[in-house]
Design a protein around this ligand. Structure first.
Ligand SMILES: [Zn+2]
Length: 129
């Protein structure tokens, strides 16, 4: 069996201290818990869409939006990403779906993001998506 049966709060995503019956979320007090492994599967089929813009058969931008598990805080977040090759622009935004607060935001030149055209060797980012 997977060792993934740690329950988390269905409402706010906080890890429960125990899997006992009647245990409550240490954060919001909710009694609805869900097993993380199940939640991960749910998340995969959760809203996630991807849009590709093409002009003259060439891909000019890519927009990805959806929900995913924010591993750092073990809860669900909304994530949007724009890759605009035509305008050399990259944007990434992570939003707390409960409060609408922006958790993380990146806006930069696409060439900066991927480090192309730079004379200096850049540190490689390991994004384990
Ligand atoms: Zn909670």
């Amino acid at each position: 069996m997977l060792n993934n049966d740690q329950p988390i709060c269905k409402d706010c995503g906080t890890l429960f201290a125990s899997n006992d019956n009647g245990s409550r979320c240490p954060n919001c007090g909710s009694a609805s818990k869900v097993i993380l492994a199940q939640l991960t599967i749910q998340l995969r089929i959760y809203m996630r869409w991807r849009m590709l813009g093409k002009r003259f058969g060439k891909r000019v931008f890519e927009l990805i939006s959806g929900h995913e598990l924010f591993r750092k805080e073990n809860r669900m977040v909304q994530k949007g990403r724009l890759v605009d090759k035509e305008n050399d622009w990259y944007e990434e935004i992570i939003i707390d779906p409960k409060t609408g607060d922006v958790i993380h935001e990146t806006k930069e030149k696409l060439s900066n993001h991927y480090g192309h055209g730079s004379a200096k060797p850049k540190q490689q980012e390991n994004s384990n998506d």
